[in-house]
Design a protein around this ligand. Structure first.
Ligand code: SF4
Length: 78
């Protein structure tokens, strides 16, 4: 799955939402979240993010590694 990291916090540009073919990017209180059970790993959202907040989960830079499970936990809490 792809994930959305810290650069999205308090920004929520939402350019990614229009690109997602399965509408699996949802708005949270402070950032956008990708539902890992719905994401089809197409990668369409990644290049349109103006702040480069979106990464494939295994490709997060070290300083953003804590975001590997943030989106998954957001939906698990529902
Ligand atoms: Fe949606 Fe594709 Fe991005 Fe997954 S990788 S969130 S399916 S646009």
């Amino acid at each position: 799955t792809y994930v959305i990291a810290q650069p999205c916090v308090d920004l929520k540009d939402k350019a990614c939402v229009d690109e997602c073919p399965v509408d699996c990017i949802y708005e949270g209180p402070r950032k956008m979240y990708i539902n890992p059970d719905e994401c089809v790993d197409c990668g369409a959202c990644e290049p349109v993010c103006p702040v480069e907040a979106i990464f494939y989960e295994d490709s997060l830079p070290d300083e953003l590694s804590e975001y590997a499970t943030v989106d998954r936990e957001f939906f698990a809490a529902d």
